[in-house]
Write a protein that binds this ligand. Sequence first.
Ligand SMILES: Cc1cc2nc3c(=O)[nH]c(=O)nc-3n(C[C@H](O)[C@H](O)[C@H](O)COP(=O)(O)OP(=O)(O)OC[C@H]3O[C@@H](n4cnc5c(N)ncnc54)[C@H](O)[C@@H]3O)c2cc1C
Ligand code: FES
Ligand code: FES
Length: 497
Amino acid sequence: MRNSGGIVRFVLDNKIHEVDFEKLHLSPTTTVLTYLRGLEGYKGVKEGCSEGDCGACTVVLAELNNRGGLEYKSVDSCLVFLPMIHGKQLITIENLAVTTPEQTQLHPVQTAMISHHGSQCGYCTPGIVMSLFALYKNHQQPSRETVTDAVTGNLCRCTGYRSIIDAALDVCHHPADDHFSAEQEHVLALLGDIASEKTTLDLQGHGQRYLKPFTLEEALLVRSRHPDATIIGGSTDTALLQTKKNIMLAKILDLSAVDAMKFIVEDHRRVSFGAGTSLQELLEYAENRLPYLRDIVAVFGSLQIRNMATLGGNVGTASPIGDLLPLLLVLEAKVRLMKTDFQRDVPLHEFITGYRKTALAPDELITLVWFDKPGDKELIKTYKISKRKDLDISSVSAAMRLTISTDGIISSARLAFGGVAATPKRATRTENYLVGKRWNRVTAMAAAVLLPEEFTPISDARADDAARNIMMKNLLIKFWTETDGNPQTLNVTDYEK
Ligand SMILES: Cc1cc2nc3c(=O)[nH]c(=O)nc-3n(C[C@H](O)[C@H](O)[C@H](O)COP(=O)(O)OP(=O)(O)OC[C@H]3O[C@@H](n4cnc5c(N)ncnc54)[C@H](O)[C@@H]3O)c2cc1C
Ligand code: FES
Ligand code: FES
């Protein structure tokens, strides 16, 4: 199972770069940010928050896509453990310009940032340029919305965003081939060379052990032999234990290279998402198919977070503020748990057993999440209330689903809320009240009053319990105004203040 020497290999500067953790006395959970900052000539990448909120540390990872080309993803290097980039190309701010003894030729995104005056103090600029570089490589003529989404994860405190957005719109209008396009075949060959070695990486150093399998079979085997290892999918939740709480993870099982856990399958009856599907892949899939999923994933973290974070990780956290969980609850999703010789499908509400606690056994992995497709006529909406629209933690989140029979009567109701109890939870008593009633203003207002009786919200920096109760009620009223087809029947005074 052990790869020779426990060496991580990735492409940097168009060459294979090797990191031998034992030889370098390096912790396997060294982040890409820390590694680069210690490497001569790579200090362009900056550290701001170390928790995925500022984007100063943004780098781009290029990896093989299913069309045989390269896909460019912006990520927060402060949350990415070095072994996670094994088999990928790491692109840093130093790689954008081409320097010869005669001259330095800036990359088009750098030139655009200069001509639009997109930088003042410059601390955020390398991160912003890397986000714009990924945008440039992935989008032809992006909309303003796509551009703003690309820089949502990058904080700029002095320049402001207008000139940065103008630079992006200008340079991506007709993106031309750059030196990365010219080098693509060479990079693909290097990545192919690394990918040909599929033995589980077993890295040790600093009293830590890091296991990185490439197949599902190996992943299940490692899980059965190392039930004490912390599992990571995208590590956007787990890395914070190290970067913010100074907890050194003794043993890690990294699933980020298990391709068999990255898939989306839809047939006439159900939709299944592999646990390793990234939130950005979910968003792209949901865009024109599942508006209720799109609406909640669109306000999930930032692009850098969504590029790494996985569905399995969101379910695995069992967090009361896990934004996908209320929706998965109303969809009555099932979580597939697998071990080497057995698998079981557990309803999500049984999988979550308490505050950040799950029914996952020590030898099991979450491999997929599936749900039966709702009927075309069902009313389904998702909501997230947070202090700011993007890159923020939910104060309250909600998913609501109603089936209305042909005579206008509610035949089934499912309402789930996040942020108002120790776990995301269905409002079963309010659901029962709704069934058998007509979906109109009177029903919605009466049901809203019942909601707070079902939950015991906490008070914290985001909102106190009273505010959370009001948010729940008003979300149900909002759901009615958006689905009843008579928004004009709402009075502003219907909302509770
Ligand atoms: C800046 C920032 C913004 C964020 N914004 C949001 C947001 O808007 N909404 C939101 O809900 N969350 C948010 N998060 C939290 C986090 O990104 C999500 O919960 C994400 O889905 C976690 O996925 P991951 O793959 O990165 O999880 P990881 O950190 O890899 O894992 C999380 C947990 O799941 C377990 N796990 C992961 N995969 C498996 C598996 N296959 N089998 C068994 N267990 C598994 C792990 O052991 C761990 O306990 C944010 C985090 C950051 C840092
Ligand atoms: S340092 Fe702020 S996002 Fe990484
Ligand atoms: S230029 Fe100063 S923070 Fe953006």
